[in-house]
Design a protein around this ligand. Structure first.
Ligand SMILES: [Zn+2]
Ligand SMILES: [Zn+2]
Length: 151
């Protein structure tokens, strides 16, 4: 725990900067094994060259779509990557099937792209983006530590 005194930048700006500036070593963003658990409908699993393992559910991935349209939409609604839209309470809930990709393929050597069952396909998930968004306990805990607020 260190107190660095008064900062001019807002807490949010600072957090965003810290996250973007955190450089990851190459082996941390090099996948050794990539598994798309399509038939199980589970999600994406990556074993990284540095020995770390990450996993994301399809619902999370769909809500974390890194395309400009989705990023703008999330920013406008104040949602974080992977955070679902709040469900409308007063309307009868419409059945929405859980997000699932129709297909997935590698983009060069640096990313994976999902063609979602709903037709959306603009998002290119780079290894670096995914590693930064690792949902494992260790990484989410480390993130909560730096942010000071859990969740
Ligand atoms: Zn998108
Ligand atoms: Zn992790």
């Amino acid at each position: 725990m260190s107190h660095e005194g008064i900062r001019v930048a807002s807490k949010e700006d600072q957090e965003r900067e810290d996250q973007q500036n955190r450089t990851l070593p190459k082996i941390a963003v090099t996948p050794e094994k990539v598994r798309v658990l399509m038939t199980e409908g589970k999600g994406l699993e990556i074993d990284w060259a540095d020995g770390h393992k990450s996993a994301w559910g399809f619902a999370w991935l769909r809500e974390a779509c890194p395309c400009a349209t989705c990023v703008d939409e999330r920013n406008a609604e104040g949602r974080k990557a992977g955070q679902a839209k709040p469900k409308p309470t007063q309307l009868l809930p419409m059945y929405a099937p859980p997000p699932k990709p129709a297909s997935a393929h590698a983009v060069g050597r640096y990313a994976i792209q999902f063609i979602w069952a709903d037709g959306h396909s603009g998002g290119i998930y780079s290894w670096e983006y995914l590693r930064r968004m690792c949902q494992c306990q260790e990484c989410t805990f480390a993130e909560a530590e730096t942010k000071g607020t859990p969740n």
